[in-house]
Design a protein around this ligand. Sequence first.
Ligand code: DX5
Ligand code: ZN
Length: 222
Amino acid sequence: MSVKLAPSILACDFTRLGEEIAAIASAEYVHVDVMDGLFVPNISFGLPILAATKRAAKAGQFIDVHLMIERPERYLADFAAAGADGLTVHVEATPHLHRAVQMTKALGKRAGVVVNPGTSLETLRPVLSDMDLVLIMSVNPGFGGQAFLPEALGRVRTVRGWLDEIGSAAELQVDGGVTAENAQALADAGASVLVAGSSVFGADGAAAGLSRLRTALTERAI
Ligand code: DX5
Ligand code: ZN
């Protein structure tokens, strides 16, 4: 099974947003990190940047919106209208996780749920069979460029086991500190989508960053 890549535009040069997105046209997903300064200690961007991202993305590229906001159910319809294909909400951000998932599906979008490194994986269980995507954070959310937390590997393995057990085709995504060095280990653990910010939008450009990740993921198969 080939692993999909989801460059996070949080790490891009926003003065050149269109060009940066063009440089990642070969990526299956475009990962859009929305932060509200409450759920996480940082504010990133919101609806206008999402709409611009959607316009700049290649037709068919999946616009993957990671909502690091309190009570995300308040804004699901707005993010759907602005161009999201998938909406991923934190289990820690709402007492109405099940409702948020159902709302996302009713909007015709793919429903994702994400857990922070300090949150029990058991919180995923009640909604697991409804999921289109499960995201395991491998850093504490809020900032790009943090070091990968290696315990995420075991957490990916656990959730991969659960998804396989129920015959779920949901994507299993990992976000935070993903590099060419740990990409293959994450794929081996069962991840199907890797988010990467700073390791893609580096000094030598996003196209080079993306191809480094692809190479790391294919090298062993050759
Ligand atoms: C962190 C965000 C990530 C971030 C990843 O809160 O959810 O998507 O952009 O950045 P890197 O790959 O640099 O850790
Ligand atoms: Zn993210």
